[in-house]
Design a protein around this ligand. Structure first.
Ligand code: ADP
Ligand code: ADP
Ligand code: MG
Length: 454
């Protein structure tokens, strides 16, 4: 096991990683930007170290600053959380060169799984169904037009280095391709430092279902079931649940097995998630792998009783997986609600401000992962996630009833949040029936789901 871990992230995930370190008995150091001096992880930490100004590029993405802080603090491992440096193979390599263990896949594995397009091709070769699409990275306008007419419109342009739902563009005709391709490329370059773009056929009515895996450095792997993340706005997840309410037990078993077998064969290691789209006919198609811990990991923890971050840390230290597949028990149903600093009354515009009062829900089956406290000032520089409400019940019905109660108890004063959206959707028929597709909110307009607007 490691002797000291640097947490190179912020917000709720920094708090979550700190808790895992405490449970493992490993000292941790929180790296923070000047804007995060007063954040909860820093308050809770035994040791914290400033790595630069508010702007991510100069702090959380500043590799020399993170590495030198880790070395000065005497750490032998770095946990990157999600976002920021979490899937950066170059960073994993720099860590290794300084005798720091990157908590994630080793650098060469991360490199191999780094490009969405390359992984799609590699896993397709291993027998995983993928969404039909371009046969390579689009080289130019002519290539894009030729390939899209062969595949048939509409298509979705996707940045190969993309993530966080950003930079994708729906293209319905050759004319749209002419304007969209250059925009998609320059957006990809600006957001991800790489202008490689490919396309997939647009699947209008689909659900997002993903499989969590844990794989050690010795070739042993297990899956921890699937999560359904179909409630999305602009390709970003808002509510996740497990098991998926849209799959038969046979279908979920097939998907879990196929997902695990294909990444094991391809040489993946660490915690990871394979994301799929499920179409109206029950066919599933692989879309990408996230080589890191995910925002929605707690719902899997609720069903399995496994601390995913502690496992991820153990795997990075070279330990063998202690669990066999048949020892993994998936019990009950869990739902996560992402509470964001967004105003549902103003097209979900991001909000900043001071949390004047905070009343967190509790009781049976309820967990809240958050970095908020009364008096905390939400800075404008980072993403809008404030808290995750995670609810467990023996059945989906019980989980829904507890969710309704917990959402009513959850009070934040001083800053607008999307809680009114969650309180509305929890009574929406499509949601209750488990029938929300990934594009529904954008098609209908998410405001229609807000409590009081229905
Ligand atoms: P990111 O890397 O940004 O997470 P993904 O490839 O995982 O991007 O896609 C994010 C979301 O975009 C999916 O969950 C789904 O809602 C939508 N999406 C992605 N690919 C398609 C597709 N081919 N057809 C329809 N929707 C898609
Ligand atoms: P999850 O699948 O864990 O829900 P999200 O796609 O919601 O992941 O991303 C989690 C966080 O990481 C978000 O803050 C998102 O903006 C960020 N993120 C994910 N991938 C990238 C990337 N390639 N570049 C920058 N930020 C990313
Ligand atoms: Mg994704």
């Amino acid at each position: 096991m490691f002797s000291k871990i640097m947490i190179a992230n912020r917000g709720e995930i920094a708090v979550r990683i700190l808790r895992a370190c405490r449970d493992l008995g490993v000292p941790a150091v929180v790296a923070f930007s000047e804007a995060d001096r007063d954040t909860l992880a820093v308050r809770m930490a035994d040791e914290a170290i400033c790595i630069g100004p508010a702007e991510s590029r100069k702090s959380y993405l500043n590799q020399p600053a993170v590495v030198s802080a880790a070395l000065i603090a005497g750490c032998d491992a770095v946990h990157p959380g999600y976002g920021f440096l979490s899937e950066d193979a170059g960073f994993a390599e720099v860590c290794a060169a300084h005798d720091l263990h990157f908590i994630g896949p080793r650098a060469d594995v991360l490199e191999k799984f780094g490009s969405k397009y390359a992984v799609r091709r590699m896993l397709a070769a291993n027998g995983l169904p993928t969404v039909p699409g371009s046969t390579g990275i689009l080289s130019d306008q002519r290539d894009a037009l030729d390939q899209a007419s062969a595949a048939g419109y509409p298509v979705l342009l996707k940045p190969s280095a993309g993530g966080g739902g950003r930079g994708m563009r729906l293209v319905r005709s050759p004319r749209e391709m002419e304007t969209s391709l250059p925009l998609a490329r320059s957006e990809a370059q600006a957001a991800f430092g790489d202008d490689s773009v490919y396309f997939e056929k647009w699947i209008e009515e689909s659900r997002h279902v993903e499989v969590q895996v844990l794989i050690d450095q010795h070739g042993n792997g297990i899956h921890l079931g699937e999560r359904d993340c179909s409630v999305q706005r602009r390709h970003q997840k808002i509510i996740e649940e497990t098991p998926s309410p849209a799959m038969s037990d046979d279908a979920r078993e097939r998907l879990r097995d196929l997902a695990l077998r294909s990444v094991l064969a391809a040489g993946y290691e660490s915690a990871g998630t394979l994301e799929f789209l499920l179409d109206g006919d029950g066919n599933f198609y692989f879309i990408e792998i996230n080589c890191r811990i995910q925002v929605e990991h707690p719902i899997t923890e609720m069903l399995t009783g496994i601390d995913l971050i502690a496992e991820q840390i153990r795997l990075a230290s070279g330990e063998k997986l202690q669990l066999r597949q048949e020892q993994v028990q998936l019990r009950g149903h869990a739902i996560e609600f992402r509470i964001n600093a967004e105003d549902p009354g103003d097209n979900f515009a991001p909000q900043t401000g001071t949390v004047e009062e905070l009343q967190l829900p509790g009781g049976p089956g309820v967990r809240v992962d958050t970095h908020l406290y009364a008096g905390y000032e939400v800075p404008p520089y980072y993403d809008s996630l404030l808290a995750k409400l995670i609810v467990w019940g023996e059945t989906r019905e019980i989980a829904l009833a507890r969710s309704r109660r917990a959402l009513a108890e959850f009070q934040v004063a001083g800053i607008k949040t999307n809680l009114p959206f969650h309180r509305g959707i929890i009574d929406n028929t499509a949601f209750l029936e488990g029938a929300v597709s990934t594009n529904l909110l954008d098609r209908v307009g998410p405001a229609a789901f807000v409590a009081g607007n229905a």
